[in-house]
Design a protein around this ligand. Structure first.
Ligand code: MN
Length: 418
């Protein structure tokens, strides 16, 4: 049995230029997720840690940052856990590679027996004590000249029972990812003869099977951009031999702190800005990326400065975004002429509203139609026959006002999202 921890896309040292002073906070969160990952590997006593590319956000990092990362890897070596790393598309293996500039094993005060970086010069490592060979399919350019799995068959290497592969790139999805920097296809995975293929590049965790090969993207251990809601975990992978068959099982483990939530809020029930602040403020959480959608009918009487709301609430969240897709209040302006569709519509609905307003509260019957009154154009008449019980007139009034507002927006050609 072989137990491994698979991570990728840690993107340590990301600049987050769009985040201003909060960039450092997010960078620190990413490092924390990495440290929690190392804690998990030690606690779970895995045999091997795989880092499938983009450990660093770029090849240019301050020496102190690299030392910090090496110290974490040193903890693995101390716990007799091997680490295999491949460069990615951000920390790519070009002439300026961070993996050429720094010897991570030496900085971690251990040897390359414990911390290995696979490169085009060293495409695999045999780990006899684990009865495994790990293959890294790496290019020394950002854009791969071909598929990293083209013609690759791990069965040609007969040194060990377990065949593990590592690739940083995109699984080909026609029209979507086939223009990416490094691309490979599912049928190529099936032909590799690998037991497990550890993938990096996509920041959301995904697993699959091609032929007899189990593959997975671990995703980023902490979102690199705050909108990556599929990130936040690493994978614990167990490889077992049972009755001559190789079985692979994957258990995702949460290591990131960031949570993402969507909140849909009907503004028709919101009476004032303080109430709106309060309603959203109840979700306050410094680890939360909250996406608020304001829906429903925006009350005439509600006076809200959305920028002010966002500014006031922003410090209570990791990130807050408020999108207003509510239907705006009645447009101002002159009444359209009665011989237009919109003019006829408005007059018709307004007449119905005026009649309903005549009903005393609590009355359960509809009023008699005013003598001689006809709708200017043939629009559906919502009034029930005289004398029949109807819904609460107050409710119907609300409905009719909605009909008027929505209809007017639609007839005036505005986009209305429900
Ligand atoms: Mn990448």
């Amino acid at each position: 049995m072989l137990r491994l921890l698979h991570t990728a896309d840690v993107h340590l040292g990301a600049r987050h230029t769009d985040l201003g002073e909060r960039a450092a906070v997010l960078r620190e969160r990413q490092f924390t997720a990495f440290r929690v990952t190392i804690d998990l590997a030690v606690a779970e006593k895995v045999d091997l840690v795989l880092i499938a590319g983009d450990l660093f956000d770029s090849n240019t990092q301050p020496r102190r940052s690299v030392e910090r990362v090496a110290a974490e890897l040193g903890r693995l070596a101390k716990a007799s856990i091997r680490t295999v790393i491949i460069p990615g598309t951000h920390d790519l293996y070009d002439g300026a590679s961070i993996f050429r500039s720094y010897d991570l094993a030496a900085m971690a005060r251990t040897t390359s027996e414990w911390i290995v970086v696979l490169t085009p010069e060293q495409p695999n490592v045999w780990l006899p004590t684990l009865d495994a060979v790990v293959h890294g399919r790496v290019f020394n350019t950002k854009r791969g000249p071909k598929s990293p799995l083209e013609g690759f068959d791990a069965r040609a290497d007969r040194r060990a029972t377990w065949r593990i592969g590592m690739v940083h790139g995109a699984l080909a999805i026609p029209g979507k990812t086939d223009g990416d920097e490094v691309v490979f296809r599912e049928d190529e995975i099936a032909k590799t003869g690998l037991d497990y293929l550890a993938l990096g590049h996509w920041h959301s965790a995904i697993e699959g099977r091609a032929g007899n090969v189990t593959y997975a993207y671990s995703g980023a251990p902490e979102p690199v951009a705050v909108d990556q809601d599929g990130a936040g975990q690493v994978l614990l992978v167990t490889l077992e031999e049972r009755g001559g068959r190789h079985l692979v099982s994957i258990v995702p483990k949460r290591v990131g702190q960031t949570r993402s939530e969507k909140l849909e809020l009907d503004v028709s029930a919101i009476a004032s800005q303080p109430i709106l602040l309060n309603t959203i403020g109840r979700h306050a959480d410094s680890n939360l990326v909250l996406d608020v959608r304001l829906t429903g009918l925006f009350p005439d009487t509600l006076d809200v400065d959305m920028d002010e709301v966002e500014r006031a609430l922003a410090p209570s969240f990791l990130r807050l975004r408020i999108r207003d897709v509510s239907i705006p209040a009645m447009p101002e302006g002159n009444m359209p002429p009665p011989d237009t569709v919109i003019g006829a519509f408005v007059r018709n609905v307004e007449t119905q509203i005026a009649e309903l307003e005549k009903i005393k509260p609590g009355s359960r019957t509809a009023p008699a139609a005013a003598a001689g009154e006809t709708a200017p154009v043939d629009l559906p008449d919502r009034r029930p026959p005289t004398g029949t019980p109807v819904q609460d007139p107050a409710e119907e009034l609300t409905d009719l006002r909605e009909v008027l507002r929505l209809g007017r927006h639609l007839l005036e050609g505005r986009q209305v999202t429900l």
